[in-house]
Design a binder for this molecule. Sequence first.
Ligand SMILES: Cc1cc2nc3c(=O)[nH]c(=O)nc-3n(C[C@H](O)[C@H](O)[C@H](O)COP(=O)(O)OP(=O)(O)OC[C@H]3O[C@@H](n4cnc5c(N)ncnc54)[C@H](O)[C@@H]3O)c2cc1C
Length: 545
Amino acid sequence: MMQRTDALAAAGKEFDVCIIGGGATGSGCALDARLRGLKTILVEANDFASATSSASTKLIHGGIRYLREAALHLDFGQVGVVKRALQERVYMLRNAPFLAGTMEFIIPCYSRWELFYFGAGVKLYDLLAGKANLASSRVLSRKDTLQQLPMLQSEGLVGGVTYTDGHFDDAGYNLALVRTFADLGGIALNHSSAVALGCDSKEKLRSAEIRDEISKRSFEVRARVFVNATGPASDVIRRMASPSAKPRLKLSKGAHILLPLEQFGSSDAMLIPETSDGRVVFAIPWMGRLLVGTTDDPINEFGEVFVSREDVDYLLHHLNKFVQKPFVAEQIVGGFAGVRPLISADSRSTKSLSRDQEVEVDAHSGLISILGGKWTTYRAMAEDTIDAVQRSLHQSVTECKTRNQELAGSADYTTSYFEKLAGEYGVSPETARHLVGKLGTVATGVCALAASDPELGELIVNGYPAIHAEIVYAIQSDMAMSIEDILARRIGLQFYSWKLAAEAAPAVARYLAREYGWSDERRQQAVDEYAGKLRRMSETAGLGN
Ligand SMILES: Cc1cc2nc3c(=O)[nH]c(=O)nc-3n(C[C@H](O)[C@H](O)[C@H](O)COP(=O)(O)OP(=O)(O)OC[C@H]3O[C@@H](n4cnc5c(N)ncnc54)[C@H](O)[C@@H]3O)c2cc1C
């Protein structure tokens, strides 16, 4: 259970380590540090997982496209990066099975050469995974390919190549990391921004000024070491610690759209292997929708990013080349965009072991920044970071325990757990499945609320299985502070349908108002702001409102 008032009260203590940034990387660092016995506080400016970590393609993968790049550019460093991620894939799948699973990806092939080329590529992917391989790749006949992907453009199709990767609920996974950290006695605070860093007489960082974005009051957090895990904002924090720090990141925007799954007609995913700009695009069944992405556009400033009309056109153009019945923009039910925090090529340390992530220790201030990486490798990045934290604390580096750390909600979980929940609490199987998919066995907390009051057992909106009890649970036990905290990251409705999310907003605001003592005016303002944001997202994607 996460209580923000308790966390705020505890923030006045002295900590071993303060982690700034509650995305995948920071939450992973916080959990690792706590498991090694360090007194740890995690501060997040917005909500946990509110930035890049809920805007991914939802793949737990080594990155099949990096293999191609490795081969094309004879860049064998990339092979090591892929291998490490493939090992991490196993831990991620194992430690939160209710949030992550495996999926078969099919690459449609329209010539014998493609069949050979992609077939060899996925075999290499299998080989690199070694014991960590999830299932053997396969070459499919034309008939079998069409059986698995019946909507595929059949003209000229020769066959297909399949491989298996992991997929997951990224926001859910991020929240499960934070819950596990809090269950172990860690202090986690969302809506709390680091706005300044303070040093001792030896110019080493010892404090941070944190602004509570809810009350707008500031307070001090004291710690012996500070970790900068702010993803795309990492250079800002680096400059807070050392104003002359040179930028290290190269930012790039990636967008996804969500379409009705029925027209896709398959539970397997498709990989579109070659786009006009030499990338790959995925079409993945996810949470009852078809998730299509991603784009890759360099940007200069981070902040909130939205799907643009160009993104929509690009993704539909590439998807429609492969399907018999084209999808149209009017079918889009939602979408999201995020910013990749890539390490810029010119700034890479030649000493860095892997090419896409780096732990940087600022010799002057002592700030430890964890830069780059990807969701799949969050745990390994955290391990490297907390090793560095222990060295900074002049401690011996102790064993990292996150490889086998089940996340909150995993204990006693089985794939049929939802049936038990439905039977015991009288919630519908669809709702039980949805709840377990979000919270694992922690979902009993929601069901107990629903059982105590029939109104809480009702659907929030027709067409999505979430119930009112989830709103109450999110507010009382899961640190949700806003409509978006609830509808996007905790319930998932915003990712399923912008329209249904707008419909659900007034009900969510009523519970928030009751819990936090909002006036009617404040409640209406929250609904209007949320509806305005959804409208902006839809309009920026060129879809009207
Ligand atoms: C389009 C796209 C698709 C991707 N797909 C995949 C994929 O399929 N698989 C995969 O493995 N990886 C994928 N990635 C990469 C992966 O999503 C990111 O590497 C990962 O989520 C980064 O996590 P993070 O915690 O470093 O950053 P973030 O999630 O951005 O978290 C940083 C946090 O720091 C907070 N913060 C910033 N400033 C402050 C401050 N002053 N005080 C307190 N907090 C602050 C922010 O609010 C934010 O929540 C994808 C990335 C993108 C953009």
